[in-house]
Design a protein around this ligand. Structure first.
Ligand SMILES: *Cc1c(COP(=O)(O)O)cnc(C)c1O
Ligand SMILES: [Zn+2]
Length: 481
């Protein structure tokens, strides 16, 4: 549906290489810097123009868009001017991503943790993870680019075994021509569940021997030499779309983020980069007048970013780590591709918000699993990475980093269902030793078969119902009324 309210403002976007500083126009399909291989951030060089509108006017504009009946403005592009103000309304791809619910913690859970907090359920995105935010932006950009260049076909490629390929395949299958989606997977290294999303979306799923990193090298070679759009974490258009998370949090709390502490799981570190970038833009424009505090969370089995920031400033040395198996599998990365972005953004964040504005905390695998199970027993739908955030909040409390008068927002980055396998291992005490998780047996849960299979045979429904009811009454100790 077309809408006359669609923003008329258009910015001027450029890729900026974080290693050599080289700039490139946004209408070229670039993944990394052709000169040095560095990662990009996208910059609106016309951002100063946005400052001619004051903060309250921006707030009012975004608030009024919350009521707009326009498909293009219903999701992450409610904040169009702050993200990728290049596309026209017809380019915007909307599959119901963004504007995800912020659910306050159930009261007993809140009391247990000792500080009020909420989950932002990014598992309620269409492919059930926050990756849809970035894909909606990347695919809108690709549509815009194809239209400008009259391209008849562009292949979107990603090497991934999890949420990135699910999201990429979903958006590609919706957009259709001229886009075609290819997913490259390491043969035998993915579970049937991880395969089902791109297969169901009709993506071409190709497999190679080796591990994920081998596939990654192959797709990078393709991106350098052929016209393919690589949708892996280095893709800077995805970062822009993921900024929407920050805008939504600020808007939900009525643009007052003072005393908010956001907890974000860190894998390739694109998400935490995007969230910091989003808040800095709002701060720059006076949409918010303070910055919230951002806590990155990492498992001790994959914690290069934690280790880096644990050292005092001036003594920090970047050192990738060898990862060990982690239940926070989507964040199990030893050499995050967005580390240069984190450094750049964290520096600006601390400059504007003070030393306490950006921190990274570490959690154990045990703490992650216990927290996920606890959260979901209280009505939440946290994935293991969402459990990681709750574990991070608990540790931050223990370390005295979060005060009684603060309010935490935890990123449940995917839906619990995507990580049901870890719940199953917890309930059945089936973790391979390398995970180092001992289930709390009080939390184990299993179905109970009340009657043997033969009980159904040779009985009519009425008779079976009496028998079944009797078994339930006995099991639950029900009293007659
Ligand atoms: C990708 C992903 C992460 C990690 O995000 P990064 O941007 O790589 O740091 C965390 N949780 C889930 C569910 C993911 O899919
Ligand atoms: Zn460069």
């Amino acid at each position: 549906m077309h809408n006359s309210d669609f923003p008329t403002y258009r910015g001027h976007m450029e890729y900026v290489c974080l290693s050599c500083g080289q700039r490139y126009p946004a209408d070229s399909l670039l993944y990394t810097c052709p000169q040095c291989g560095g990662v990009f951030l996208l910059e609106n060089t016309d951002f100063a123009h946005l400052r001619t509108t004051d903060g309250p006017t921006w707030r009012k504009r975004f608030d009024s868009r919350a009521a707009a009946r326009s498909t293009a403005l219903r999701g992450i592009f409610r904040y169009y001017e702050l993200m990728a103000p290049l596309m026209d309304e017809e380019d915007i791809v909307y599959l119901g991503e963004g504007i995800t619910p912020i659910v306050e913690a159930a009261a007993p859970l809140r009391d247990q943790v000792g500080v009020p907090f909420a989950y932002k359920n990014d598992g309620q995105n269409p492919s059930a993870s926050f990756k849809d935010r970035g894909m909606a932006c990347a695919f809108s950009y690709l549509k815009w680019l194809c239209r400008r260049n009259d391209w008849e076909e562009v292949l979107t490629v990603c090497a991934s075994t999890g949420d990135t390929s699910a999201a990429a395949a979903l958006y590609a299958s919706y957009v259709g021509a001229p886009l075609k989606s290819v997913v490259l997977l390491p043969h035998g290294k993915v579970t049937p569940q991880q395969l089902s999303q791109p297969l169901g979306s009709g993506a071409t799923v190709l497999e190679l021997p080796g591990v994920f990193d081998d596939c990654m090298k192959v797709v990078e070679l393709l991106a350098e030499n052929y016209r393919v759009a690589l949708l892996n974490s280095k893709n800077s258009w995805r970062i822009l779309g993921q900024e929407s998370y920050a805008y939504e949090v600020a808007q939900w709390y009525n643009w007052d983020v003072d005393r908010l502490c956001l907890f974000v799981p860190v894998g390739n570190a694109g998400n935490i980069t995007a969230i910091m970038s989003g808040f800095l833009k709002m701060y720059d424009l006076g949409i918010i007048t303070t910055l919230p505090r951002i806590f990155g969370v990492q498992s001790s089995h994959a914690d290069p970013v934690y280790r880096y920031y644990a050292a005092p400033e001036g003594e920090r040395v970047w050192q990738p780590v060898d990862v060990r198996p982690s239940v926070a599998q989507a964040a199990m990365i030893g050499n995050p591709v967005s580390m240069p972005r984190v450094r750049r953004l964290a520096e600006r964040f601390v400059e504007a918000g003070g030393e306490r504005a950006f921190q990274v905390v570490q959690v154990t695998e045990q703490q992650i699993m216990d927290a996920m199970i606890e959260a979901n027993r209280h009505g939440h739908i946290a994935c293991t990475q969402g459990g990681e955030c709750l574990a991070g909040l608990r540790n931050a409390r223990r370390l005295g980093l979060v005060g009684d008068n603060e309010h935490a927002v935890l990123d449940a980055t995917a839906h619990a269902l995507k990580f049901a396998g870890f719940q199953e291992m917890y309930f059945t005490d089936a973790f391979p030793p390398a995970y180092e998780v001992q289930p709390d047996v009080r939390l184990a849960n299993a179905p109970e078969l009340l009657l043997p299979q033969e009980a159904r045979e040779g009985r009519d429904v009425a008779e079976f119902a009496r028998l079944g009811a009797e078994a339930v009454v006995k099991r639950l100790g029900l009293a007659r009324r």
